[in-house]
Design a protein around this ligand. Sequence first.
Ligand code: BTX
Length: 321
Amino acid sequence: ENTRQQIINLLEEANEQYISGQQISNCLQISRTAVWKHIKELEKDGYKIEAVAKKGYKILEAPNKLSANTIQWGLHTNWLGKHVIHKTSIPSTQTLAQKLAFEGADHGTVVIADEQTAGKGRLNRAWFSPNQGIWMSIILRPSFLPLQASQLTLLTATILAKSVEEVTGLTPSIKWPNDLLIQDRKVAGILTEMQSEHDHIQYLIIGIGMNVNQNEKDFPEELHSKATSIQIESGKEWDMRIIIQAVLQHFEKQYDHYLQKGFSTVKEIWEEYGYKIGEVVTLRTTQEEKQVTLIGLQEDGSLLIEDSGTRHPLYSGEIIW
Ligand code: BTX
């Protein structure tokens, strides 16, 4: 598996040029027959590889399915997604990521599954995760304070919004704190979980769920009015790798930017995509339901609302839409 990944990396670095079997064999210290066998395995995995006598090999196309290899092929990041763990079916990428993080997995490790059988939302809610979506968890080991974790959820929401917009042309809005909506229906959700002690974060796991290629009929009855997918909204099917790579590339860039420059850019972008900012909405808290105006984000990740003339931050509660 590892040798195959190295071969893919070499082919990719060759940047549209051919790379000879001899070069690969020299670089990886394996025989040319071994190189040839690995190439055959990659073809079985769905790669289209051109082999030209006296020139060598070139990747023409990666298979249209998710694997650690296909996600990494063409992914331009420095630290995010250098380790990808892909499963076809798993209870929850979040649970596996926690286990791996506990066992010492690196900052930037990505766990992704084609299907989750027990996907998790916030507050123990279930997250419906059939085959046609993106279900992934990113393991981070930040050196900032635990209280900054909520800023990271907001940051992730802006990254998802930007990636969807860039790849598909659809413009989602972000419903505070962490839902991505298109035409008032939920297309993606974020679940941030962390392990910390005192003022130190041991690891933080950002779970991202995005409905991509589902049709209306793929959703259970109770989600029909609430959920949508990129396919439903755009009328066509998408290569999920392109969206995953866009998310990972934006994530790495924006995360590093956030560490250097702080929350202000995140706040600006978030408010651009913010759902019903400046409008009156119904807010449900544990005590009551009331009409408030959404003003914008606060530095600490809370939502600034105006309620009968006075402004105050909201830390929990749900905007009803
Ligand atoms: P949430 O608690 O904000 O949203 C959960 C609610 O959303 C559910 O109660 C249901 O009404 C609705 N819902 C369930 N499934 C879907 C869906 N596929 N599309 C739209 N609406 C839905 C949001 O939680 C956080 C979701 C994170 C999911 C990722 S996937 C990768 C990672 N692994 C994992 O188990 N969870 C995260």
